[in-house]
Design a protein. Structure first.
Length: 232
């Protein structure tokens, strides 16, 4: 990807809090290009390899409950661009209309097949499509719903200098986010006021340390986390 010129950033991102992070990335333009090349190459290979397993999963979803195969909620990526994310549907159809945009472990909206897909994060596989077309990257801040981005602080907007990601250090540290929200009386409030700020500390720190070696390490750490390793 190419970093936009400062003057071409959206108005809401042109602030001192974002400038600090922008200047860090501006010194790593070659690494940013390499990041996009890596994303494109690996996403293309994985989409070919996983085509048949994805087809099998799609059939399982359709047989388990009525509704589309993919969950296509609007999310936010680099520079505030809106896109509709690709995820395997793990909840009942139109789940967004009957509950929060974040999910708890015992959420009644989760389907039988969906529960298994979520446990192994298999529902994330279709995001390879989003990586391939450039709306996402393998590593980056998880794409948030529009209503949560509206609650960002000015410093948090710095995460929008890069594409949203499938995984990140914050995703690893908060892999059990749903469990943390289980006891919340107001899920949205707890997420915005308590969990999101903590996740953003990791996201912003990742920008300061941005590099391909670190991103590859995050990918491997994610695999180990899914397999059960705990990171504190």
């Amino acid at each position: 990807m190419r970093l936009r010129k400062w003057e071409d950033l959206p108005a809401f991102m042109k602030c001192g809090e974002v400038k600090e992070y922008y200047e860090i990335l501006a010194k790593k333009k070659g690494t940013l290009e390499l990041k996009r090349g890596f994303d494109l190459f690996i996403a293309m290979i994985m989409l070919v390899i996983l085509a048949i397993p994805m087809l099998v999963i799609a059939v399982m979803i359709k047989m388990d409950s009525p509704g589309p195969v993919f969950y296509r909620q609007e999310r936010i990526t680099a520079y505030g661009k809106k896109f509709r994310i690709h995820k395997f549907r793990t909840m009942v159809n139109d789940a967004d209309r009957i509950g929060s945009a974040v999910t708890v472990n015992k959420d009644a909206r989760i389907t039988r097949v969906g529960s298994k897909l979520r446990n192994l994060r298999i529902d994330e596989i279709p995001q390879l499509i989003d990586v391939f077309v450039g709306n996402m990257s393998f590593v980056g801040t998880r794409p948030e719903a529009t209503k949560y981005v509206r609650r960002y602080s000015k410093e948090m907007f710095a995460t929008l200098l890069l594409p949203a990601g499938i995984t990140s250090e914050a995703s690893i540290r908060y892999k059990d986010e749903s469990a943390l929200l289980d006891a919340a009386d107001d899920v949205d409030r707890v997420y915005v006021e308590e969990i999101l700020p903590q996740k953003m500390k990791y996201n912003l720190q990742s920008i300061k340390k941005f590099g391909i070696t670190g991103e590859i390490s995050t990918i491997f750490r994610t695999v180990f986390a899914v397999l059960g390793k705990e990171y504190r």
